[in-house]
Write a new protein. Structure first.
Lengths: 286, 128
């Protein structure tokens, strides 16, 4: 698994970093810590300093002798420089897994999305402020989290608070559910020892056959793996009521594939608005 | 192992979709691949021949991936074993590390990631 952490210097990013450390501890994922400066950073810019601090924190938690991230030996590697030339520099890599720290310059959401594609990330993790309200970053790139959630090609975990995940409330329509998204839920359930509740969204009363079939199929997938799962159907028009029933210890998971009924039914920016309004952390699955 | 021989890879995962994805991708990359969805069959095959690299899922009915890793390393210490798992925990990661796993890859992963790991395992085998 490859995880991309995108953060700034504010406390919500530190919460997201804690989640990354937890995920890495269990999964041995290759991890990239990324920040994006709107302009060339100066020596007093808080972002490089924050990234440095995040790396230290990560290695403090996971750099021990038995860790796959433990740094073994120095090696020389050729690095591409901006002007097309190369420089041979001495680097120290993890024994088995990599922790990369990167700083990019430009538009935050664009750079994060590009980095995820280049890195082949399976999951983007980022924090944001504004429980139940705004879901923003306290900087010029304020709406970056919403834009990343709305446009990423991979799954995105948006951390709003430093709270345990006790239940995953996974809402689905009849859109195709990818194997990768099921595996992502498996991992999160295992790591957090969380409960799973599947909510099949239906439209215009009654269970649409496709939604019902999908719900049973996915329920069986988890059941076959020995994961206790409860299921229920909910009318799409009452979707917001469904949301209001969950607590801060829930992780709300939504499948948002290209053909997701949710994205077809709601305006294009609905996902972005939804994650802002949602009171808990959100996992958008793709 | 000589340089003109194809590197041999065994895949064991009880989810057929994983074998279906991995086998053609590894074959396309030039590896000789055999895949199994039952650990008993994979174990039997190991009594017949050695593989350079073995990729195994962890959670399976019957002989699980940890037992498979133990058996492979006991029989062929030089075979590099890559563990893939949909239920990663710190304990299983540590245990597989102690048992000599080459790498531990949590699902989901992209084919490129597993190909990279197999390539590294192959390089280690060839340099041995």
């Amino acid at each position: 698994m490859r995880i991309l952490f995108a953060g700034d210097e504010h406390p919500y990013s530190a919460y997201a970093l804690k989640k990354i450390i937890e995920l890495a501890w269990h999964t041995w994922a290759d991890v990239t810590l990324l920040s994006v400066c709107p302009t060339q950073p100066s020596s007093r810019d808080p972002l490089p300093e924050a990234l440095h601090r995040y790396r230290e924190e990560f290695m403090e938690a996971l750099g021990g002798p038995d860790s796959p991230y433990a740094q073994e030996r120095w090696e020389y590697e050729w690095m591409a420089l901006r002007n097309g030339s190369w420089e041979e520099v001495q680097v120290r890599r993890g024994i088995k897994k990599e922790l990369r720290v990167r700083l990019r310059v430009g538009s935050a959401d664009t750079e994060i999305l590009n980095e995820a594609v280049r890195d082949g990330s399976d999951l983007i993790v980022l924090g944001c402020s504004g429980r139940g309200g705004s879901c923003t970053w306290d900087s010029a790139a304020s709406t970056a989290p919403q834009k990343v959630v709305g446009n990423a090609a991979c799954s995105v975990l948006l951390i709003k608070e430093d709270r345990p995940i006790k239940r995953i409330l996974a809402c689905m329509d009849q859109t195709t559910v990818s194997q990768e998204s099921l595996e992502m839920i498996n991992q999160l359930l295992t790591i957090h020892g969380a409960q799973l509740e599947l909510v099949g969204l239906t439209k215009d009363g009654g269970a649409r056959p496709e939604a019902y079939t999908q719900l049973i199929r996915i329920g069986d997938y988890f059941g076959d793996k020995g994961i206790p799962v409860s299921t229920r159907l909910a009318e799409q028009s009452k979707f917001e009521t469904v949301l209001s029933t969950h607590t801060g210890d829930d992780l709300l998971a939504l499948w948002m594939g290209k053909k997701s009924l949710l994205t077809l039914l709601f305006p294009r920016d609905w996902v972005e608005k939804f994650v802002s309004a949602c009171p808990s952390s959100v996992l958008v699955l793709r | 192992m000589t340089s003109d021989q194809k590197t041999t890879v065994l895949i064991l995962d009880d989810e057929p979709i994983v074998c279906k994805r991995l086998k053609p991708a590894l074959e396309k990359a030039g590896y000789e691949v055999e895949s199994f969805t039952r650990s008993r069959e994979a174990m039997h095959r190991l009594t017949e021949r050695q593989f350079d690299v073995a990729i195994t899922d962890l959670k399976m009915d019957g002989l699980d991936g940890m037992a498979f890793l133990t058996e492979v390393k006991k029989r062929y210490p030089e075979t590099e074993v890559i563990v893939i798992t949909g239920f990663a925990t710190m304990e299983t990661a540590k245990e597989s590390y102690q048992k000599g796993v080459f790498d531990f890859v949590a699902k989901p992963f992209k084919l490129g990631e597993i190909l990279e790991v197999v390539k590294k395992a192959e390089a280690k085998r060839r340099s041995a």
